[in-house]
Design a protein around this ligand. Structure first.
Ligand code: HEM
Length: 369
């Protein structure tokens, strides 16, 4: 009995070794990397694509706006920048106590709501909406080399859970086609078709009735402490808004926000979703929705937007002068994946370009409002 037990053990060990070897051989042969959580893989040529994308957007901005009146290359139309409180949940379990969520405390914040389209257009046009959150009073060294001492942490979210393109090369091709023509060929080229991308864009572009009652997602992943990746989600605490009003002016979204914040507060649950399967929840493909049935969102903070006036000319100008980037961040929340790597250089370069053209000073808010 003893001998047959040992034989069985050795047989099992041998089989495990053979299976492991096979797995490694297949992984190498098919060039499929062994996937680890929160693991980035930089494709060849990415840096070149990032430079080209930056130049493309700079040229477009130069063409679209005269000096002194240069708006953002993306999300140029703002609905307003509101004051908010970002309240970390009390009694978070240990695994959620990371970075800005380490202590049960409250941060003062600015939140800029915007339309995603690269030009200013009426709010009734189908669009993606942006929610850019800037926490203040965040201690600790930050990621950007020349902004290490800043005290802000930004979270950038949009009104759709995924991007139409998953990596920088495709983002460049799509942007180039949209600016310089050839969009049809980009989408329908039989040798390299992007019909899936068309489907996602179609779903993402929507009419919205109320910016304070729709959900926003980060779409791209972020570190959550060492070796773990999450996506972010801001879920409105009130019921989703009804249909777009029938009669409306070009800026009806700002008007709706003004009316609501004149009489009551608004709030969102800020949540994280952990990557639990690196194969099905990839870091490098922003087109893939991370399945909530595999990993549900967990609440880590409340965003409270108190009643207020937010559209004085001074405050609207202040909002224009701000720069949001996911790289305004603690290392614990480092942006992950190709799209986020592109945003590191790109947002900085375009923000500097925009401020220089406007003769404006570029600086991060230092203290709570
Ligand atoms: C490679 C992909 C992307 C490019 C090229 C891009 C480009 C830009 C640019 C140029 C700006 C204006 C920056 C400035 O002048 O200060 C901007 C703003 C913004 N982006 Fe992106 N973006 C990308 C991906 C994303 C993703 C994945 C999100 C997801 C949530 C996002 C959300 C936003 C938002 C909300 C703003 C407005 C920030 C504000 O209010 O100032 N972007 N983007």
């Amino acid at each position: 009995m003893k001998i047959s037990g040992q034989v069985l053990f050795f047989k099992q060990a041998a089989w495990s070794a053979v299976l492991l070897a096979l797995f490694l051989i297949i992984s190498c042969a098919t060039n499929q990397p062994i996937r680890e959580p929160a693991m980035e893989q930089v494709p060849q040529g990415e840096e070149k694509y990032i430079d080209e994308l930056t130049m493309l957007l700079m040229k477009k901005t130069e063409k679209d706006y005269p000096p002194g009146q240069t708006l953002r290359a993306a999300h140029p139309k703002q609905h307003g920048c509101v004051k908010a409180e970002f309240i970390v949940e009390p009694d978070l379990p240990e695994y959620l106590r990371v970075g800005v969520f380490k202590e049960p405390r409250s941060y003062q914040a600015w939140i800029r709501f915007s339309n995603g389209a690269p030009k200013v257009q009426p709010d009734s046009a189908r669009d993606v909406r942006g929610m850019a959150i800037k926490l203040m009073g965040v201690g600790g060294e930050k990621l950007l080399e020349d902004e290490k001492e800043e005290v802000t942490q930004d979270f950038l979210l949009i009104s759709h859970p995924v991007l139409p393109v998953g990596n920088v090369e495709d983002f460049l091709k799509l942007t180039d086609a949209a600016i310089n023509g050839g969009l049809f060929w980009f989408l329908a080229n039989p040798f390299d078709s992007h019909l899936r991308e068309l489907g996602i864009a179609f779903q993402a572009l929507k009419r919205h009735a109320d910016l304070l009652q729709i959900p926003y997602w980060s779409t791209t992943p972020y570190l959550f402490g060492p070796g773990r990746a999450v996506k972010y989600f801001a879920k409105p605490c009130t019921q989703p808004a009804g249909k777009t009003p029938k009669s409306h002016d070009d800026n009806y979204l700002r008007e709706a926000m003004k009316r609501k914040l004149a009489r009551e507060e608004a709030s969102f649950d800020f949540m994280v979703q952990f990557q639990t399967d690196p194969g099905k929840m990839p870091i490098e493909d922003a087109r893939i929705n991370w399945d909530e049935s595999m990993s549900p969102f967990v609440k880590v903070a409340t965003i409270r937007i108190p009643p207020q006036d937010f559209d004085s000319p001074g405050q609207m100008d202040f909002s224009e002068s701000l720069s949001f980037t996911p790289w305004h961040s603690l290392p614990e929340h480092k942006p992950l994946g190709g799209i986020n790597r592109a945003r590191k250089h790109l947002y900085r370069a375009l923000s500097i370009f925009r401020h220089e053209r406007n003769g404006a000073e570029r600086m991060e808010p230092k203290t709570p409002q």
